[in-house]
Design a protein around this ligand. Structure first.
Ligand code: ACO
Length: 485
């Protein structure tokens, strides 16, 4: 663990925002550079992650059998522009041209991004070119947060200033106490986090100036700094415990653990194994390109709303059981199974469709072992060496063993995803089950923010607005079906 006291500039407790602290990367020119395959990030890696360039003039020939006309659609970066299809029309004057139909975006790129690279078949995940394994092993979460946004790892000076800025924006307005106290004792912490993050917009109205670099910077700092505070406050609210204010002497993760768990001690000392494990889990969750919640942030952000509102959409999407909420569902599923001997019966019920899905298994992109799941599994071993193995881990291991050998899962390329083992680690640290997705949200925050800013500075992006194929009724006259006039 790094220690903040040794690294922070000794500037007292005020929070001077370093003007131009993001100058190196947040200018439109730099951002433009970043979004090109040959930009700053790519220059640094030995091999650009961009798809192989098609020879210039590459095109897709399409013959429309309705008209016998042939069209040539340019191919670049393994893609065609869907708007090119609009040119393909019949002679019908009402025909507005061909669309592509892709429910759930199974094969549609919504953006060009230089942030995260995934090869789902090979199980590769890289942030800005750096393999996730190396970042998890060596980096701090805030280093990764900087990397995701700026495209390069921070220098010592940049890092110290960044840590300083984050540390001194961890406090939330006192009205947050009352706001959080308004929730019922059994409120789900994701509902509290979601509305609280949206509520931050009301405290910082100038955040709406999203094309002002200084405003963007301070909003990003605030979201990274205050999310753990709000998360910890929601935990304390549910537990009926007094809120613990941030301790600026502690690192990001230690401070979060202190706000969650500190009781009467004057200074909280986090268990170093837990603190490092949580830091690694935050790093593993930090970004995952155009997943459901990130697409929500980009989509809502494309209306040019403030970043607090845009990111709260990401929190909402993450809450769902098919996305970040899966970590919570894994533990509930394991509880329901109850014992190792019940695992084969449970697997049979999944295969027959009666038992629902095997939560924590399967992924839209990974068709091999999720590289994050491999790291999490190793991490679980380390944590369980401290707290001891429990029967739930044994059930999880048995589920994995049986599923990985079963043709149903093998033929569908269903492997454990990041959520399969994370819940067990969180639980061993004594986090309640419904808090797991909140931990995911803290980790994902830098990714949402980097993606939001990349979207804003991308000249090609516009307000997000998919098309539809209308399958409803044609025009008909209004005739009331009410009996009382
Ligand atoms: N258990 C059992 N069967 C599954 C599972 C599962 N976990 N996941 C997919 N399948 C089956 C489907 O029934 C389908 O079978 P079929 O072809 O016979 O109809 C096939 O595998 C393909 O499934 P899709 O739903 O088309 O896959 P999709 O890419 O849309 O879904 C998802 C991906 C949502 C992650 C899915 O695998 C799932 O529901 N997993 C469980 C929930 C989960 O763990 N979510 C976390 C994902 S990681 C994250 O978001 C951080």
């Amino acid at each position: 663990m790094y220690h903040l006291e040794n690294r922070m500039p000794k500037t007292g407790t005020t929070a001077p925002l370093r003007k131009n602290s993001t100058k190196t990367a947040a200018t439109p020119a730099a951002a433009k550079n970043r979004s090109k395959p040959g930009g700053v990030a790519a220059q640094n890696s030995s091999k650009p992650a961009a798809p192989p360039a098609a020879p210039s003039g590459s095109a897709l020939e399409i013959k429309d059998t309705r008209t016998s006309k042939t069209y040539s659609i340019p191919v670049a970066e393994c893609a065609i522009r869907a708007t090119e299809l609009k040119k393909i029309k019949t002679d019908d004057p009402n025909d507005s041209g061909l669309m592509s139909y892709d429910p759930a975006f199974l094969n549609t790129a919504s953006c060009r991004s230089a942030i995260t690279y995934i090869d789902g078949d090979k199980g590769i995940l890289r942030y800005r070119g750096y393999p996730i394994e190396q970042l998890a092993e060596n980096a701090t979460f805030l280093e990764v947060a900087w990397l995701l946004r700026h495209g390069e790892l921070p220098t010592q000076q940049e890092y110290d200033q960044f840590v300083h800025d984050i540390t001194f924006h961890t406090y939330v307005h006192e009205n947050f106490r009352k706001f959080l106290e308004g929730f019922r004792y059994d409120a789900h912490p994701m509902a509290m986090l979601n509305s609280s993050i949206a509520g931050l917009a009301s405290f910082y109205p100038s955040a709406r100036n999203i094309f002002d670099e200084t405003e963007r910077n301070i909003s990003i700092i605030r979201l990274l700094a205050k999310t753990p505070t709000i998360a910890a406050f929601s935990y304390r609210h549910v537990k009926g415990l007094p809120f613990v204010y941030p301790d600026n002497r502690l690192s990001y993760v230690e401070n979060f653990l202190s706000m969650v768990a500190r009781m009467s001690e004057s200074k909280y000392d986090a268990n170093p194994v837990f603190a490092r494990a949580l830091e690694i889990l935050f790093i593993l969750h930090a970004d995952h390109e155009q997943n459901c919640s990130t697409s929500a942030v980009r989509g809502v952000g494309s209306s040019h709303v403030d970043p607090f509102s845009a990111v709260s959409a990401g929190v909402a999407a993450l809450f769902g059981p098919l996305h970040g909420g899966a970590n919570e569902q894994v533990l509930r599923m394991i509880k329901e199974i109850g014992s190792v001997k019940n695992v084969p019966k449970f697997i049979d019920s999944v295969k027959s469709g009666e038992g629902g899905r095997l939560m924590g298994f399967g992924h839209r992109v990974y068709k091999s072992y999720d590289p994050r799941a491999k790291i999490v599994k190793r991490l679980a071993d380390e944590v369980f060496q401290v707290v001891g193995v429990d029967k739930d881990l044994e059930i999880a291991l048995e589920l994995e063993r049986i599923a990985l050998a079963d043709d149903y899962f093998v033929s569908r390329k269903l492997y454990p995803n990041v959520d399969f083992y994370t819940g067990l680690i969180y639980r061993s640290m004594a986090f309640p089950t419904d808090f797991f997705t909140v931990l995911f949200a803290i980790g994902r925050m830098p990714g949402w923010l980097a993606q939001w800013e990349e979207m804003l500075l991308d000249k090609e992006q516009k307000i997000s607005r998919p098309r539809q194929i209308y399958i409803g009724l044609q025009e008909r006259p209004y005739r009331s079906r009410l009996t009382k006039s």
